[in-house]
Design a protein around this ligand. Structure first.
Ligand SMILES: [Zn+2]
Ligand SMILES: [Zn+2]
Ligand SMILES: [Zn+2]
Length: 144
């Protein structure tokens, strides 16, 4: 986690001519403290935020690259802070039963293996990967 998360967010918003208002700051703070991607409803609940402005602020944060939408298997959008803001590269576990999305990390040695996969793909296809995503789909502990 970068020490100056809010400073970095302010720069991203400023680049797009947006102000870093208290309402937006509260949204970022909720996502910083979350341990997994949250739905809009969960964000409102966790931060006791007024629904009126929160949806619009979330959309602004997303369009400025502060917040990323995480793809799941249900129709609910889930949000988390962009990885380049948190310096926390991670992957997702997505439950195909209840839709829960959780974060997980793997040791550096396994990340190196994934880099080797990307290298191999580059050799075979000419595609130069700059990032990767690895999401595992299955059943969470609650759904067995
Ligand atoms: Zn589940
Ligand atoms: Zn995540
Ligand atoms: Zn990875």
């Amino acid at each position: 986690m970068t020490d100056d998360l809010h400073g970095a967010v302010g720069v991203l918003l400023g680049d797009d001519g947006q102000r870093y208002t208290v309402g937006r700051r509260n949204l970022v703070e909720v996502l910083r403290q979350a341990e997994r991607p949250l739905t809009a409803a969960e964000i409102l609940e966790a931060g006791s935020l007024p629904q009126s402005s929160a949806y619009r602020n979330l959309a602004v944060l997303e369009s400025c690259g502060v917040v990323h939408r995480v793809a799941g298997t249900d129709e609910l959008a889930r949000f988390e802070l962009a990885e380049d803001l948190t310096a926390h590269h991670h992957h997702h576990l997505i439950c195909t039963e209840c839709g829960l999305v959780s974060d997980f990390t793997v040791p550096d040695s396994l990340e190196s293996d994934l880099a080797a996969v990307a290298h191999r793909v580059a050799l075979e296809t000419g595609f130069r990967a700059e990032h990767h995503r690895l999401d595992l789909l299955g059943r969470c502990v609650h759904c067995g």
